[in-house]
Design a protein around this ligand. Structure first.
Ligand code: NAP
Length: 285
């Protein structure tokens, strides 16, 4: 049970977490914080938070759980703003999509990793952003990956785990490096590919004509290219090493398919497509 939850960045993820915890009766008071009063007024009107403070230092005062739900690029400035104002036993977690970068930022800002810090990442989301898009069922049955540091205390890990379980999530733990490799392959690469495909089409002269003929498959495949550009810019930059590695592999595969098409090598194309189909058919989510 959380007495006073402070959510910094009351958008899709922070707002959905607040709604889920309120519904579960897992926390007393929920305080929002961020950089724009308009966003927080909206969150207040929607009943997502009980109050807010634009001053991050004030917002975290008295909180026993602080959740950083801002874009990856804002983590450093937010950590620096709250560093000297957290209660000594306040638990600090985040929802950022790249975990190595969060740990690195925390080490730089705090000097040493605090035992109260437990980085986390809900593997759930939509292509919509902002508090209007938040809903309490977002994490129901979805995975949340915690990447405790070598300094994270067992009590802090247990509290963050209990928070996500109260929100309906299935919690797993792994190291930040493994997380970043896996998410680069399953989430970050697909987003880059979807953005690249839509960018290619956007530059074609007959773009509007082409899109008139786009069917359901195209819609499914490119839905994620509607995601927030700033958030994805930050994710690509903060998980660059793992993402570059998966992009290299993907580029090699594309090159191979290109060569097979150019050479009229139907057997090779069929082999690759069969392997891909077998993997996709076996994937159940
Ligand atoms: P979002 O809906 O855009 O919410 C971000 C919130 O942070 C907004 O309320 C925004 O408010 C606030 N904010 C932005 N910059 C800030 C700053 N410099 N200082 C203080 N507040 C700031 O984004 P989201 O989808 O919830 O994503 C939040 C985090 O969750 C990101 O780190 C992302 O990597 C991670 N994540 C996202 C998904 C997903 O599918 N969307 C899934 C898992 C994890 P203002 O615009 O008013 O400042």
């Amino acid at each position: 049970m959380i007495r006073r939850l402070c959510v910094i960045g009351v958008g899709l993820i922070g707002g959905s977490l607040a709604l889920a915890l309120r519904r579960a009766g897992h926390c007393g008071q929920i305080v929002g914080a961020g950089r724009h009063a308009a966003t927080l007024e909206r969150a207040l009107a929607l009943g997502v938070i009980d109050g807010y403070d634009l001053d991050l230092a004030q917002a975290v005062a008295g909180a026993d759980m602080v959740v950083l739900a801002v874009p990856m690029g804002a983590m450093a400035e937010v950590m620096a703003a709250i560093r000297d104002h957290l209660a000594s036993d306040a638990i600090l977690t985040d929802v950022g999509s790249a975990k190595g970068a969060v740990v690195q930022t925390a080490r730089a800002v705090f000097g040493a990793l605090p035992p109260t810090l437990v980085p986390g990442h809900p593997v759930a989301g939509t292509e919509n952003s902002g508090v209007e898009a938040a809903f309490p069922e977002l994490f129901q049955g979805r995975r949340v990956i915690l990447t405790p540091t070598e300094a994270s205390s067992p009590a802090a890990i247990a509290a963050v785990r209990a928070m996500w379980e109260a929100a309906g999530a299935v919690v797993e733990e792994m190291d930040a490096h493994t997380h970043d490799q896996m998410l680069a392959a399953t989430s970050h690469l697909p987003h880059v590919v979807a953005f690249a495909l839509m960018h290619t089409l956007a530059q074609m002269d007959a773009q509007s004509e082409v899109l008139r003929y786009a069917a359901g498959g195209f819609r499914d495949f490119t839905r994620i290219a509607s995601s927030d550009p700033v958030m994805w810019r930050d994710i690509c930059l903060t998980n660059a090493p793992a993402l570059l590695d998966t992009l290299d592999r993907f580029r090699a595969d594309l090159d191979e398919l290109t060569r097979a098409i150019a050479a009229g090598d139907g057997a090779r194309l069929e082999t690759v497509f069969r392997e891909a189909k077998r993997t996709r058919d076996a994937f159940r989510h």
